[in-house]
Design a protein around this ligand. Structure first.
Ligand code: DQA
Length: 145
């Protein structure tokens, strides 16, 4: 089973970026944690991060035929991007939406996701552990099909 993890804008700054909101782990540390869990679950993992909306759309389009499922933290694009929503609708690859912070307990503009109703499920507020919870949930769901 092949799982792609897509990370959106500013997540490359994890560790130094608002650590009181996003924690102290860097993106590389987060990737190591998720790769270890993928190893336990015996799934292949492809990891990417981009700061650019069009590049994110390309990543979503690229899921078709290359990934069985995806774990997606679209970061700020979550709240704004119809283009990413349209790409997810086009490829129809099952995905779990993940956020380090609890977006529902933050500013009004972060409380709405343009992607969540398309997702298998959403995990928010558990920091890096949320990626592990999301990966497990996604893999279990795909294996049950
Ligand atoms: C985030 C939440 C978003 O609102 C924010 O723009 C991010 C990160 C999170 O993981 O908590 O960049 O997706």
């Amino acid at each position: 089973m092949r799982i792609a993890v897509l990370n959106g804008p500013n997540l490359n700054l994890l560790g130094s970026r608002e650590p009181e909101v996003y924690g102290k782990a860097t993106l590389a540390e987060l990737e190591s944690l998720v790769r270890a869990e993928a190893g336990h679950l015996k799934v292949e993992l492809a990891w990417s991060q981009t700061n650019h909306e069009g590049a994110f759309v390309d990543l979503v389009q690229g899921l078709k035929g290359t990934a069985d499922g995806a774990l997606i933290n679209a970061a700020a694009f979550t709240h704004t991007s119809l283009a990413i929503r349209d790409a997810l609708l086009a490829v129809q690859v099952p995905f779990v939406e993940v956020h380090l912070s609890n977006i529902f307990a933050r500013e009004a503009e972060r409380r709405h996701s343009r992607l969540a109703d398309l997702a298998v499920g959403v995990v928010a507020g558990f920091g890096p552990e949320g990626y592990l919870l999301g990966l497990r949930g996604l893999v279990n769901r795909l294996r049950a099909r």
